[in-house]
Design a protein around this ligand. Structure first.
Ligand code: ZN
Ligand code: ZN
Length: 270
């Protein structure tokens, strides 16, 4: 198998692996690129904008806000990547005909509950599988969906902050007739790079966040048909669906990448 869970397939502790890391070349490249882009934004912002401004209060406020959002985005990314998304224990390959305990995956032999699908990258069946995302080098499933949602949220907010930070003064200069393409843009190629990276990051993360919120509120995943019924009694309201992902009681832990939500089944009972 390509994913490493810190335990062996025959180990009973495989139900709760302590470490989860997918060994996929594309995923490792994309996840590393994500970290490098966010960190390069931080360096360029500091060197080309916050320090040259020479206004300590301005630089302190906006620097603190951006670095806090970037830190939360990268922490959420790490939790998404390193959390078991809900891998089901692999079993013996299925034989033709009805099998006890429910349908068996023909590829890994796992007993598949509703909503579980086999991931060819992780080479495991994943509970509540939404999709396999190379940018976080992991499946997005039942047990790490909160962290992926927070990753898209904080990435979008950090990028939006950069867009406003750079875009508002430029718009103001344009409105006052002080905008000059030769003198304003050319000496500040690093700021143009920063703006374009932030724009791409914002569009990507905002779209992903919107899609995730919609599918969570409607209790669906990215690979399930719209008419699918999860089959959980009482799980009908968007509020219940949201609590099943973030935790049964609204609290600051909902927006913390360091707080793990209760298992889905436990949230549904509360
Ligand atoms: Zn499988
Ligand atoms: Zn996967």
């Amino acid at each position: 198998m390509l994913s490493w869970a810190g335990t062996t397939e025959m180990d009973p502790a495989a139900h709760a692996p302590r470490v989860w890391f997918v060994l996929d070349a594309l995923g490792l490249v994309c996840a590393t690129a994500t970290w490098l882009l966010v960190m390069s934004e931080g360096v360029v912002l500091l060197c080309a904008w916050l320090l040259p401004v020479r206004h300590p209060a301005y630089s302190l406020v906006h620097g603190s806000l951006f670095y806090l959002l970037a830190f939360l985005a990268l922490a959420s990314h790490a939790r998404t990547m390193l959390t078991d998304p809900g891998a089901l224990p692999a079993g013996a390959p299925a034989r033709p005909g009805p099998t006890p305990g429910g349908p068996h995956c023909p590829l890994c032999g796992a007993i598949q509950p509703p909503g579980a699908h086999h991931c060819s990258v992780c080479e495991r069946c994943i509970r509540g599988m939404d999709h396999h995302c190379p940018w976080v080098n992991n499946c997005v499933g039942e047990d790490n969906r909160k962290f992926f949602l927070l990753f898209t949220l904080y990435t979008a907010l950090a990028a939006l902050h950069l867009l406003l930070l750079l875009g508002v003064p430029a718009l103001r200069a344009y409105a006052l007739g002080e905008w000059n393409l030769r003198t304003t843009v050319q000496p500040r190629g690093s700021l143009v790079f920063l703006f374009l990276v932030a724009l791409k990051g914002f569009l990507f993360a905002a779209v992903m966040f919107t899609v995730q919120i919609h599918t969570i509120l409607t209790d669906r995943t990215g690979i399930e048909p719209p008419q699918r019924q999860r089959g959980a009694p009482g799980l009908v309201s968007p509020w219940m669906n949201l609590k099943a992902v973030l935790g049964h009681r609204p609290s600051p832990a909902w927006i913390s990448p360091f707080a793990s939500p209760e298992p889905r089944a436990m949230s549904l009972q509360l």
